[in-house]
Write a protein that binds this ligand. Structure first.
Ligand code: NAD
Length: 488
């Protein structure tokens, strides 16, 4: 393991707020505990911000915005690339914190950290391409310009399932466009995002450009969202909370990006390459113990290949090694918190009561930590709760389907629209799956989502706006129109 750089050698219990260029305790001294989901033990504490800290962060972000918007895109880009390099150099340390507080296997934590560095690099490159344009005027004495300006200070709320990469998306897009940002990262996983913030501070980011708060989520959002200094809200998390924040933002006419829950359908047609479908979907389903917004969930399998697909998928699922994420042999770690264990148990019991069969798994493992078996449920009826609510856990739902027409109806039954997957050798069927399923993202015959350069976002109850690709920058920019009549 590489030695952490000196500035990263902080004790776990010292997860601090970052306000106006300083790492600090909450002004009232309050702290809250962080639990290791693999052991149930308290790892340490984070500083729990109160109103004074929130106000200080708002004042600092206002000042930070003035400095950062005046920094040239060239210099912003250079600093961001340095931060990306620091993150790569510290990736072992960051990944270890991430595994300790979130539970995912170390290899996944490392991959997430390195993917965050790739996201930072990509947005750093785009920072230099926030071009405006000249619109031909009706008179030769008039110049018509469109100028791209940063929207202003951003309030970003990020989740515990991908504490580093989901934050990197918001942070990199904001900084690339010249915005300052106050982050409220998830209280359950505070140390890894703090280390992501630290690489920007250590790369020389001016004071106030990034603020980092932890505390009571509703208290922080109630202060930040309506505040006139804050010009844009970006949230990743559950649909109910997203709706609350979008509604509050709407009352104050704030720009909003919402990346919410999903319930991804997986279309498996009878002409699919079944072993490819099984290997890619088992890996996607049980990555991060299924706590992934784009996780494949409803497997809609044509009847002629249903039994074979379910048998092969369940066999592979039952062989996944469960354990502490710091153990090199572990294929799936614990769930991130006790709430997910309770929800997963409830979903399984309810599905069985509605007539589903448990093919493999279905139970919590032991009483230490938050472990749950990789679970496959077969013949799950649409009346089961898990067929309607996002499972956000290691549950694969298998449903036999008579035809592609029937599959399309089921795929579009829910109001979610984040990710969808398809497996077929037919170009015509692939085109139909791509065209007819209502979702923000679709991947056919491989797991092809979430690269920095491609759109990442949903529709309907899965939210709006995209956090990847060139479109992501637009949501942090205003288009100012300037019309200039030359009078001399
Ligand atoms: P939750 O709804 O209580 O919280 C979800 C996230 O929102 C957390 O990070 C939390 O800190 C934050 N949050 C909650 N209330 C807030 C408020 N008033 N203001 C600002 N932020 C607030 O749910 P949970 O139990 O933590 O997670 C379970 C559900 O969340 C899952 O079922 C899943 O649907 C969803 N989720 C989605 C994603 C995603 O990537 N889209 C990530 C994490 C969780």
């Amino acid at each position: 393991m590489t030695k952490p750089l000196p500035s990263t050698e902080i004790a776990y219990h010292d997860v601090l707020l970052h306000i106006d260029g300083n790492w600090r305790q909450a002004s009232n001294g309050r702290t809250s505990p962080v639990v290791n989901p693999a052991t149930g033990e308290v790892l340490g504490v984070f500083a729990h911000a109160g109103e004074v800290d929130i106000r200080a962060a708002i004042a600092a972000t206002s000042k930070g915005f003035e400095t950062w918007r005046a920094t040239s895109p060239f210099d912003r880009s250079k600093l961001m690339r340095q931060a990306g390099e620091l993150l790569r150099a510290r990736s072992e340390h960051v990944a270890r914190l991430l595994t300790l507080e979130q539970g995912k296997p170390f290899a996944e934590a490392k991959a997430e950290t390195l993917s965050a560095a790739d996201i930072i690099d990509w947005f750093a490159e785009e920072a230099r391409r926030t071009y405006g344009r000249i619109i031909p005027a009706r008179s030769s004495a008039v110049r018509q310009l469109v100028i791209k300006e940063p929207v202003g200070p951003v309030a970003a709320f990020t989740p515990w399932n991908f504490p580093v990469s989901q934050l990197a998306r918001k942070l990199a897009a904001a900084l690339a466009t010249g915005c300052s940002i106050i982050i409220k990262a998830a209280e359950e996983t505070p140390a890894a995002p703090a280390e992501l913030v630290r690489v920007f501070i250590d790369a020389g980011l001016p004071d106030g450009v990034i603020g980092l708060l932890y505390g009571t989520p509703a208290e922080i959002s109630q202060h930040l969202v309506p505040h006139p200094v804050i010009k844009k809200i970006s949230f990743t998390g559950s649909t109910p909370v997203g709706k609350q924040l979008a509604s509050l933002a709407g009352q104050h006419m704030k720009r909003v990006t919402m990346e919410l829950g999903g319930h991804a359908p997986v279309v498996v047609l009878k002409d699919a390459d079944l072993s490819r479908a099984v290997s890619t979907m088992v890996a996607s389903k049980f990555r991060n113990a299924g706590q992934v917004c784009v996780a494949p969930t409803r497997f809609l399998v044509e009847e002629p290949v249903y039994d074979e697909f379910v048998a092969k998928f369940s066999d592979a699922a039952s062989k996944i090694r469960i354990g502490n994420g710091l153990d090199a042999e572990t294929g799936m770690g614990p769930l991130a918190n006790a709430r997910r264990v309770e929800a997963t148990e409830m979903f399984v019991q309810d599905a069985v009561q509605h007539g589903a069969e448990v093919v493999t798994g279905g139970e919590r493992i032991g009483n230490t930590g938050f472990f749950f078996q990789p679970t496959v449920l077969s013949n799950v009826p649409t009346s089961a709760r898990v067929m309607n609510d996002e499972p956000f856990g290691p549950l694969a739902l298998m449903i036999p389907m008579r035809s592609i027409d029937e599959i399309m109806v089921e795929a579009n039954r829910l109001n979610f629209g984040l990710a969808a997957y398809g497996f077929t050798r037919s170009a015509a069927s692939a085109a139909r799956i791509g065209d007819d399923i209502a979702s923000g993202m679709m991947s056919i015959n491989h797991p092809g989502l979430a690269l920095p350069e491609v759109p990442f976002g949903g529709i309907n109850d899965s939210g709006y706006g995209t956090e990847g690709g060139a479109d992501a920058l637009e949501s942090y920019l205003n288009s100012k129109f300037v019309s200039h009549l030359q009078i001399d």
